[in-house]
Design a protein around this ligand. Sequence first.
Ligand SMILES: CCCCCCCC/C=C\CC(=O)SCCNC(=O)CCNC(=O)[C@H](O)C(C)(C)COP(=O)(O)OP(=O)(O)OC[C@H]1O[C@@H](n2cnc3c(N)ncnc32)[C@H](O)[C@@H]1OP(=O)(O)O
Length: 328
Amino acid sequence: MNTVIRSQLLRFSVGRGQQFRFSTAAANGNDLVIGTVDETLGIAMLTMNRPPANSLSLEMNEAICTSLKTMESNPKIQSVILSSSNPKIFSAGLDVSELVSPHPDRLPKFWNSLQQLYLDLYGSRLAVVAAIQGHAPAAGCFLAMACDYRIMSSGDIGGEGGGDMKKRFVPTIGLNETQLGIAAPPWMGQLLVRTIGFRQAELALAMGTLFPPDRALSIGLVDAIESEQHGAESTIIEGLSELLPSISKDQASNPLMQKAFKQATTFAKIPPHARVASKLVTRQSHIHDMIATRDEDTAHFCGFVTQEAVQKNLIAYVEAMKSKSKKK
Ligand SMILES: CCCCCCCC/C=C\CC(=O)SCCNC(=O)CCNC(=O)[C@H](O)C(C)(C)COP(=O)(O)OP(=O)(O)OC[C@H]1O[C@@H](n2cnc3c(N)ncnc32)[C@H](O)[C@@H]1OP(=O)(O)O
């Protein structure tokens, strides 16, 4: 398995003077995460880049944490946009291959990396804006909930066919674990309660509901929705293009990315000490609770996932996923 081996400064731009980019890569050289930073604006962009679905493996979790820490260590940066290089999938949640027939040494490490991702993201001194361009099921939804603000794509008319044949692309978001025969861990479930309130969360967790954007907005799972139609006369916002990594340059006129950029800019202008202190007012107790039960949570997770019945469910689920993908 790959291990994250570098978080490297790749380029220093002379254009804006204080903009640079780096990537956090696995041993095979793939950039799992691409980071760009604009010190003048005080904002950064962290683009998840693990094809095909930005699923969260041990290495991916570590790469996101490493990149976030790199950004946090720069005192000029106050906010960050969390985005995906895949326009149709924000993150498909945990990499299911981590759960199926797991190696006994790797499984607790994997779970620890997810716990750490939660602690780093939810407790970050940076204001994190999730630009949710596509699907965000299960731990993909968790990632978004650990941010400070969520903007979701309203869905789009896909490029398949024309006229009446046009196919609507509707992304969904939610903790759908029960549909997979597993349960979200307590801290993830509680994050949903904190985000959408007790009754809505109770129902959504039991049913494993995946919400389309309008429903997600109406229950407060996301803060805003935005079309992704790039208008012919789209305005270009100064600074966004430079912040986008080269693989996502075409997103500069995307209204969703523009909205995320504006929100990140707004966050960056708030006095940082006050913003961070107020963030801790609402988040610190949840973080402390999670740290206090961390080892117990890991033991519970490993015990649960390795049960024969759970493994059977997961194997069937992965097979169904693969055959669906093959049929396309
Ligand atoms: C203490 C309690 C203990 C128990 C705790 C359990 C842990 C609970 C916490 C979190 C659970 C999870 O996150 S489990 C993962 C859940 N995720 C899903 O169920 C999503 C599955 N994927 C999809 O539904 C779809 O892929 C999609 C809606 C995200 C996108 O659909 P689309 O049609 O665009 O793409 P494809 O389905 O064709 O997929 C493309 C490609 O990606 C691979 N893929 C997708 N999801 C995953 C994944 N989660 N892990 C690994 N790989 C994934 C899929 O197989 C395709 O690959 P190939 O083209 O190579 O076949």
